[in-house]
Design a protein around this ligand. Structure first.
Ligand SMILES: Nc1ncnc2c1ncn2[C@@H]1O[C@H](COP(=O)(O)OP(=O)(O)OP(=O)(O)O)[C@@H](O)[C@H]1O
Length: 304
């Protein structure tokens, strides 16, 4: 499950040896991350594990004690606008808007600041996508928390960023709002944007996140790759470890390993079962192996 994170030429967002100390207190220690275009990376971890600190560092809102952050190859802390023009972010929730101005006018100001061409069409598009058209011409001061949250995401995607960074983007939203935000993040990724979000809601993001990083005590404890390319199966077989070694030599099996008493298999399961039975193994049960991210997280954090 553990993925080595490599610095790569094509990374949209890269954190290298990212470290933050407050006084003498380490809050983040030597974190490496690399997100490819179109990748959704969810940061999980218990309260106080450093998620918000990491997000503030990668968006340039806080300075690292050591290490650096590259946004399409540009150092976010040194290159200023050149690095930040690729970035859309919702960090402080709810995002800061002028309460006496309407949602639409707030977005017009942001569009002007980011030099957006044809802003009116794009503003209408994002307001519609975030289901805010009915309140677009009301002052933001009269918005509910959820409406402000959604306006924050509208602002973040307004200039079609190549990197989107969000701290707990669904907090304060109702169930339909949560669903909408997840749909939009998945859409952004499908269009090539790298998405980094922090979350406590693992089951919600496991439907579309490609990787999950588990932070604990300021360190990246683990990275989990989700959505493997091929389905996995779980087999309960007599003499499981001998059966696993045997299947490793079978051409239709791409990967086989033991998890407790189960044999986990990626490959041609029907053929594998036939071969096992033919060779005298007893196969008691065969099921699809759905990875339960929440269970995995619980174990990982408890045993950190
Ligand atoms: N400005 C600061 N000065 C001193 N300590 C800080 C500061 N900001 C954060 N911390 C400490 O750093 C640690 C990590 O905080 P952070 O907010 O990054 O965690 P988190 O994972 O986002 O937590 P949560 O899930 O509760 O939002 C905490 O112990 C916090 O008290």
């Amino acid at each position: 499950m553990r993925n080595a994170v490599r610095a790569s030429e094509e990374a949209s967002l890269e954190a290298i040896d990212l470290t933050k100390h407050y006084g003498r207190r380490p809050v983040l220690e030597g974190v490496h991350l690399a997100l490819r275009p179109g990748e959704v990376y969810a940061l999980a971890g218990p309260n106080g594990s450093g998620k918000t600190t990491l997000i503030r560092l990668v968006t340039g809102l806080a300075y690292p004690t050591r290490g650096k952050v590259l946004m399409l190859g540009q150092n976010i802390h040194e290159e200023g606008y050149r690095a930040r023009r690729y970035l859309g972010a919702v960090v402080e929730a709810p995002a800061a808007f002028y309460g006496y101005l309407t949602g639409r006018v707030n977005l017009e100001r942001l569009a002007w600041l980011s030099g957006l061409r044809n802003p009116h069409r794009r503003i209408r598009e994002v307001l519609a996508r975030l289901e805010l058209l009915s309140v677009a011409d009301r002052p933001v001061g009269s918005y509910s928390l959820g409406q402000r949250q959604r306006l924050g995401l509208a602002a973040a995607i307004l200039a079609e960023p190549k990197v989107l960074v969000l701290d707990e983007p669904t907090s304060g939203l109702d169930p339909l709002g949560i669903q909408l935000v997840h749909e939009i993040l998945a859409e952004q990724a499908a269009a090539g944007t790298a998405v980094l979000l922090s979350t406590h809601h693992l089951r919600e993001v496991s439907g579309y996140a490609h990787r999950v990083g588990i932070l604990g005590g300021g360190r990246l404890l683990d990275e989990v790759r989700l959505a493997p390319d091929a389905p996995r199966y779980r087999l309960r077989v007599s003499e499981a470890s001998r059966a696993a070694a045997y299947l490793e030599t079978f051409p239709g099996v791409r990967e086989v390993r033991l998890r407790g008493e189960w044999l986990i298999l990626e490959g041609e399961v029907e053929e594998a079962v036939k071969v096992l039975v033919r060779d005298g193994y007893r196969v008691h049960e065969v099921t699809r192996d759905y990875f339960d991210l929440y269970e995995y997280y619980r174990e990982r954090v408890q045993h950190a």
